[in-house]
Design a protein around this ligand. Structure first.
Ligand code: ADP
Ligand code: MG
Length: 351
């Protein structure tokens, strides 16, 4: 950090001791890390011949997270998953993490350590190592910027472009849970006057949905499988909502699509809770963000192998549509009904 005239002395958080503590707690080295935290830059030696995948994300208090409703551990966890999911969507292996942080005057050392606890918990299953970052004070709220570096075998990355007419459209997991979870968090504690048993069930449902929001899973193993087995022709992760992310895939691949709305995978809880709120769960899935599932396309000749291998590996995948020529655009229908244009209802900044 070190900006001219920054009043360091009276602050509760000391930059250098904070970095030393983060280094001690989270700066474990690995054979491929020649220099980690502590120098002017980190030095890494990724597997020879591999291609690097580089991604960054900026999270802003009040836009991406709310410190009053989510714990710092959860904020860190979700921030890491958002980046892991980008590497997953390319079919790569996440490896090195850098964290840049701006902390408002009210921020405490304990909050920073909680944030890192969440970040590193999400990274641990994949052996991702923290190799650096930057630290600043903020005159606004918290800012958290993450950079994640991964690797992929040459020519094997899954791109958004690559889908061809007649390819089948698949998605992992279930959609919509996270967006209902966020809705619940925003509403705060619900006032529920129904009989005890119904209330207890709805509490369990609420906990499930909130957990899906604050504790999502990046589909790293699935992405590696799709790329390693040359199964997917294109892929994208669902961070903004199915309709919006599908549009990105179609635009990049210069294709249209037909979506089978009845096939969209929804959890039992998503259906039940949406119904109780008079929401259409399919609309929730189309608009809802932060599912961090993978949306991908597969050539018809690979369908049998895809489904066989998914079953063997315990990956949940669902076919939800078919790629069509670009001139037909994005269309959707329920079985036996007419096609309608699929409008994008996902979240967009600046809209
Ligand atoms: P510089 O002035 O070159 O930016 P810093 O004092 O900011 O150096 O950083 C010293 C070392 O600590 C570097 O290796 C940097 O990557 C690391 N570092 C700084 N802030 C963080 C942070 N918030 N998280 C992890 N590593 C950090
Ligand atoms: Mg710095």
């Amino acid at each position: 950090m070190a900006s001219p005239g920054s009043p360091k002395a009276p602050r509760a958080i000391q930059e250098f001791s904070l970095i030393a503590e983060l280094h001690r707690r989270h700066g474990q080295l690995a054979p491929s890390i020649i220099r980690g935290i502590g120098d002017d830059t980190a030095i890494v030696r990724p597997p020879s011949g591999s291609w690097s995948l580089v991604t960054t994300d900026l999270l802003t208090e009040g836009v991406h997270f709310d410190c009053r409703r989510t714990s710092f551990v959860e904020i860190g966890y979700r921030a890491a998953v958002a980046n892991l999911s980008d590497i997953a969507a390319m079919g790569g292996t996440p490896r090195y993490l850098l964290i840049a942080l701006a902390v408002p005057g009210r921020g405490t050392g304990s909050q920073i350590h909680q944030l890192y606890r969440g970040l590193m918990a999400a990274c641990r299953p994949y052996g991702v190592r923290l190799i650096g970052g930057d630290t600043s004070t903020s005159k606004g709220g918290w800012f958290l910027s993450i950079a994640l570096i991964g690797t992929v075998a040459p020519e094997r990355a899954l791109l958004r472009k690559g889908a061809r007419v007649d390819d089948l459209l698949y998605v992992t997991g279930t959609l919509g849970d996270s967006s209902l979870g966020l809705r619940l968090l925003n509403e705060g504690a619900s006032r529920d006057h129904r009989p005890h048993k119904a209330r207890a069930r709805s509490r369990t449902h609420e906990r499930f949905l909130i957990r899906r929001h604050v504790h999502p899973t990046a589909r790293v193993r699935e992405g590696q499988w799709l790329s390693g087995g040359r199964l997917a022709t294109a892929a994208i992760d669902l961070s903004d909502g199915l309709s919006g992310d599908l549009r990105h895939l179609c635009e990049e691949s210069r294709v249209g699509v037909e979506v089978d709305l009845a096939a969209i995978p929804l959890s039992r809880v998503c259906r039940a809770y949406a119904q109780s709120q008079r929401l259409d769960p399919v609309e929730v899935a189309l608009a809802g963000g932060e599912d961090y599932e993978l949306l991908f396309t597969v050539a018809p000749r690979n369908q049998a192998r895809l489904e066989r291998e998914a079953k063997r590996r315990g990956f949940r995948i669902t076919k939800i549509g078919t790629i069509r020529p670009a001139r037909l655009g994005m269309r959707a229908r329920f079985p036996g009904r007419a096609f309608r244009a699929l409008t994008v209802t996902s979240y967009e900044h600046f809209r």
